[in-house]
Design a protein around this ligand. Sequence first.
Ligand SMILES: Nc1ncnc2c1ncn2[C@@H]1O[C@H](COP(=O)(O)OP(=O)(O)OP(=O)(O)O)[C@@H](O)[C@H]1O
Ligand SMILES: [Mg+2]
Length: 237
Amino acid sequence: MSENESQNKNQIALKLNNISKVFVSKFEKLVALRHISFVVKKGEFVSIVGPSGSGKSTLLNIIGALDRPTNGTVSIGGVNISSLKDNEIAYMRNRLIGFIFQSYNLVHRMSVQKNVELPAMVSGINRSDRNRKSLALLQALGIKDKAKLKASNLSGGQQQRVAIARALMNNPTLILADEPTGNLDTKTGAEVFDLLKNLSRKYRRTIVMVTHNPELAGQTDRIIFIKDGTIEKEVVN
Ligand SMILES: Nc1ncnc2c1ncn2[C@@H]1O[C@H](COP(=O)(O)OP(=O)(O)OP(=O)(O)O)[C@@H](O)[C@H]1O
Ligand SMILES: [Mg+2]
């Protein structure tokens, strides 16, 4: 590999090569994604936009190794996750990916701080390092005073901040967010989005976000428009 090629490779956080996904049931075969290829550079903030049912969540779940493609490969930080076994995938997901969901997906009965620490518990980080890191993240996200509360006692916007802290806990190569502002009112949604934008601009985090909100998509580096499971167009902002 030439020096140039290896430098380019180092700048790539995510590479999708010819991804297809077919859902097969007793009654039908549904092609949810067809021939999706794109690259996301390190530090890039990309949004994915498209009509309901166009395949956005299916795509994000495949990128995040929550689901497998029918065809094609996904590489994150140079690791081809499509070729891994299930137990290896769980390991890589825990280290490479931070996932933020529309409905926060926190463990309600656990404290805020424990929720944030979950990925680090899975990867075996010791308690004092976990505590230090989780409190620092909660502080950065403006909810350190909520650390000991049960997650279910927080407002939606606060819960999403907890989910962002959790996504950052293991320093992932890639942050994935599926409609992270979808359950929030306009003002709270804008605040949560600004946190993601700040992660991108200030800390050079790589983020792929699905959104229905054209105003938010317009503030990311690039918009990938999905229609009927294919890339309709891309717009660089
Ligand atoms: N597990 C599954 N089994 C069968 N079909 C599925 C499954 N998951 C998704 N689909 C189908 O794949 C297509 C794409 O769904 P997907 O959830 O990716 O859409 P989306 O773009 O995220 O929509 P929305 O904006 O409403 O969230 C839909 O037709 C959906 O019904
Ligand atoms: Mg969806």
